[in-house]
Design a protein around this ligand. Structure first.
Ligand code: SAH
Length: 221
């Protein structure tokens, strides 16, 4: 094990191949996935499976999302924002988990604000991101239904836990023309959705079936 990074190079490339096969088209997204070592975010016992295209447990009954879904949601977010080819100003993420999706998002915005309801996961995500020297992601232990700060309007919001329906409150934290990407539904059936805020209200587009942990109210210390 002279160079631990080299051990993961091949599985990472295989995973990238899978994401391309599954329809991820945006090369800036592929590039970000290539730059973030997923094994850092996964407990040692499961690390050999870090580059399989599947969700894995991260403790506290939560999971790190499937790489394809992380890439797909990031693609929907960056391709549908007002400034398509420019770096975004601020992105809000709901459900930091272990911080993997936050690390990917860090390449697309000046600042990522991420909220997580489980205190221990806030600490875990902060540790993981500082190990990767990613400093433009701020994490708070907070109920995502309340967003980050009423005063801030975001260029995009990505929600990594499934509410039963689109939370109208989250739309109030968006700039006009900007997207909210999220899974919506209960434990039996969920759809990935893109909701874009318009002058008059919002527009909704539906994508594939997904399986996320539920978005729960309140925080757990
Ligand atoms: N994107 C994460 C995966 C997150 S799993 C990653 O890459 O690892 C979903 C996370 O959402 C869980 O950690 C869960 O605790 C959190 N969550 C659920 N409901 C929430 C809420 N209302 N506010 C904030 N976080 C929430």
């Amino acid at each position: 094990m002279n160079n631990p990074k080299a051990i993961y190079e091949r599985p990472l490339e295989e995973m990238i191949g899978k994401l391309l096969d599954m329809g991820i088209k945006d090369f800036s997204v592929i590039d970000a996935v290539r730059r973030v070592p997923r094994h850092i975010f996964i407990d040692e016992a499961l690390r050999s499976r870090a580059y399989e295209n599947m969700s894995l447990p991260i403790g506290y009954k939560q999971t790190i999302s499937q790489p394809y879904i992380v890439a797909k949601m990031t693609e929907l977010l960056v391709r549908n924002s007002e400034n398509k080819n420019k770096k975004l100003g601020k992105i809000l993420e709901i459900g930091s988990g272990c911080g993997y999706q936050s690390a990917i998002l860090s390449y697309f915005a000046d600042e990522v604000h991420s909220v997580e309801r489980i205190k221990q996961l806030v600490n875990k995500a902060r540790e993981n991101l500082s190990e990767l020297r990613i400093y433009n992601v701020l994490i708070k232990n907070r109920d995502g239904f309340d967003g980050w700060d009423e005063e801030i309007k975001y260029d995009g919001i990505l929600c990594a836990a499934a509410p039963p329906e689109v939370p109208q409150r989250l739309l109030s934290f968006l700039k006009v023309g900007c997207p909210l990407v999220l899974p919506v539904g209960g434990s039996k059936s969920q759809k990935l959705k893109l909701v874009t805020k318009t002058q008059k209200g919002f527009e909704e587009e539906e994508f594939e079936n997904v399986a996320f942990v539920p978005m729960l109210g309140g925080t757990s210390k």
